[in-house]
Design a protein around this ligand. Structure first.
Ligand code: 13P
Ligand code: SF4
Length: 304
């Protein structure tokens, strides 16, 4: 493995490539990346890096977003089959129908969505900025796609708006069950429950903290508590344990890992640096329309 890592380092310098990785990738991938973060951080950093090529260790919507925001750069992915099923769980005909039904509606799409869905939306959000952006929008009616669980969470936090919820979901987060958290609490009564808003509402109800992957890491790191029940994908444990070697982190299920994120291996990263052949390509017109929703997110999220 050392030889692979050494070769990755040589090639990315030689070919002017920057490696971005999401917290759900394997620890080994996070260790070799130049930047690691949640979806919001990664989309922002993708607009700031100087390298001509971005190698994105994440699922398709992440590579697509980086390409949409940087049409002149080359964006490559280690595994072109690493896709997020939830990104496809919204329907453009339904968006049309909602736009016809509600005069004053903003279509808000979670960044976990295809370029086609983004192109038909008014603004993108991530779990780190969804509440802030929905509050900042002038519209009273919000059609929130694709994730129903994040949509319900936003509706709860922004009760002054009418949030129309879609029925998309993440199979990883919905596999985390309240009864298992309650059982874990019996064993570790001191542990705080930290949950991603893609979890179901009954899980969020008993969480001590709800936030994005970065939010969860920051909360646990700053907390004076020493043990935590982590209700999100297990990849975050790499950063949590690195930053907090004396704290304990527990998971509650065997399905708390994203099989698509785990398709990314160091061997595939190396192969991609050698071949540069999994290039993200999007039609120009589609990319321009999707870009509007992403740029609006970056603008609204940076407002103080
Ligand atoms: P974050 O935006 O919190 O990184 O989450 C991304 C994701 O895919 C959650 O399942
Ligand atoms: Fe998609 Fe869920 Fe994997 Fe996140 S954890 S990339 S939402 S399948």
């Amino acid at each position: 493995m050392e030889a692979i890592i050494r070769r990755i380092r040589e090639l990315k310098k030689e070919k002017d490539v920057v490696i971005l990785a999401h917290y759900y990738t394997d620890g080994q991938i996070q260790a070799l990346a130049d930047y690691v973060g949640d979806s919001y951080y990664l989309s922002k950093i993708a607009t700031e890096v100087s390298q001509n090529t971005i190698l994105f260790c994440g699922v398709s919507f992440m590579g697509e977003s980086a390409k949409i925001l940087n049409p002149k750069k080359t964006v490559i992915m280690p595994d072109s089959y690493a896709d997020c099923p939830m990104a496809h769980m919204a329907d453009t005909d339904k968006i049309k129908e909602i736009r016809e039904t509600y005069e004053d509606v903003a279509v808000v799409c979670y960044i976990n969505s295809t370029a086609e869905i983004k192109a038909n939306s008014d603004v993108c959000v991530t779990s780190a900025n969804a509440i802030k952006i929905v509050k900042a929008l002038p519209n009273q009616n919000i059609y929130f796609i694709p994730d129903g669980n994040l949509g319900r969470y936003v509706a709860n936090m922004v009760p002054e708006k009418n949030i129309i919820i879609n029925d998309g979901f993440c199979h990883v987060h919905t596999s985390i069950k309240r009864k298992n958290i309650e059982k874990a609490k019996e064993v570790y009564p001191e542990a705080l429950v930290l949950a991603h808003p893609e979890c179901t509402w009954d899980v969020l109800e008993i969480a001590d903290y709800i936030g994005s992957t970065s939010g969860i890491i920051e909360f646990a790191t700053k907390s004076t508590s020493c043990s935590f029940i982590i209700c999100t994908e297990m990849g975050v444990l790499y950063e949590l344990e690195m930053k907090n070697p004396n704290k304990k982190f527990y998971s509650v299920g065997h399905r708390q890992f994203c099989p698509n994120m785990k398709r990314i291996t160091a061997e595939k990263v190396l192969e991609q640096l050698e071949t540069i052949n999994h290039v993200v390509e999007l039609k120009e017109e589609l990319s321009k329309r999707a870009n509007n929703a992403l740029v609006r997110m970056l603008e609204l999220a940076s407002w103080r």
